[in-house]
Design a protein around this ligand. Sequence first.
Ligand SMILES: NC(=O)c1ccc[n+]([C@@H]2O[C@H](COP(=O)([O-])OP(=O)(O)OC[C@H]3O[C@@H](n4cnc5c(N)ncnc54)[C@H](OP(=O)(O)O)[C@@H]3O)[C@@H](O)[C@H]2O)c1
Length: 281
Amino acid sequence: MKILILGANGQIGSELCKVLNKNYKIEKITRNKLNYYNLNKVKKFLLNRQYNLLINAAAYTQVDQAEIEKNKATTLNAKFPKLLSEIVKIKNIPLIHYSTDYVFSGKSKFPYKEDSKPNPINYYGKTKLQGDLAIIKEKVKGYILRVSWVYGNKDHSFLNKIQNQINKKKQLHVVNDQFGTPTSSTFIAKITKKLIDRKKFNQIKIYNLSPKGKCSWFDFTNEYLSQKKITHPLVAISTDNIQQKAKRPQRVKLNSSKLEKYLKIKFLNWKGVLKKNLYER
Ligand SMILES: NC(=O)c1ccc[n+]([C@@H]2O[C@H](COP(=O)([O-])OP(=O)(O)OC[C@H]3O[C@@H](n4cnc5c(N)ncnc54)[C@H](OP(=O)(O)O)[C@@H]3O)[C@@H](O)[C@H]2O)c1
């Protein structure tokens, strides 16, 4: 089976390439090969290639900047996935696409299930939801995987930014009133591989893909310092203390039991996933 990976340089995309490369023939599509803003070019490019599965790990992921560059965010997060659905339908192949916990408002006290009502509170979340709905409407085969708080080994990844601050001996100021589930891109890539290995692609299904538990960004940073045995000044701050253009959902926990049941596995909690990512991978 040949798999085409869009966004192959991103946090999730680059891990997918590593994890899938062992068992599958993959083709990495990065920005220098194809700019996804040019939808006509994308269409021609993707229609003219041979592959059996399309994975979209690309998105406009700058949550604050999306409030300013609305057209770009809409093109990448809403129009592009719609086009991809049309392409996989023509080719009669499945699509795997990533969505976000930011399609939810974060106001519910309960974990969000796949069929919980989305209600995004920022532009990024709105465009991601539009993308999900466009894919569902096209009735393609495959999966939409909703993930949260992704970290990986890229310069823009949260823990790398934290580590940079540590290296520069700067005091860390991290918010302690936004709650979610930190999720390593390796974990996401490995679970995605399990879905691909099943070779069962039915009508598009949404699955939440998130480790157990939730925490604040402050708790996450604290756990990172503790697992790495780093002693460094860490100060808890509130969201009101920082300038963020986009509102963030205050508390989102994705309930992933549907996917656990489907794959017949139990997910680790976020601390276990962090440990694996730092020491075992
Ligand atoms: N990050 C999170 O916390 C988070 C949380 C929930 C859901 N998600 C979802 O998970 C998926 C992957 O996220 P991620 O964190 O891996 O994102 P990422 O690291 O920002 O990667 C996105 C990729 O898309 C590529 N891209 C963006 N615009 C492009 C364009 N115009 N042409 C070509 N390539 C373009 C980027 O290319 P360059 O490398 O060249 O910039 C990058 O490789 C997305 O669907 C995102 O919405 C992420």
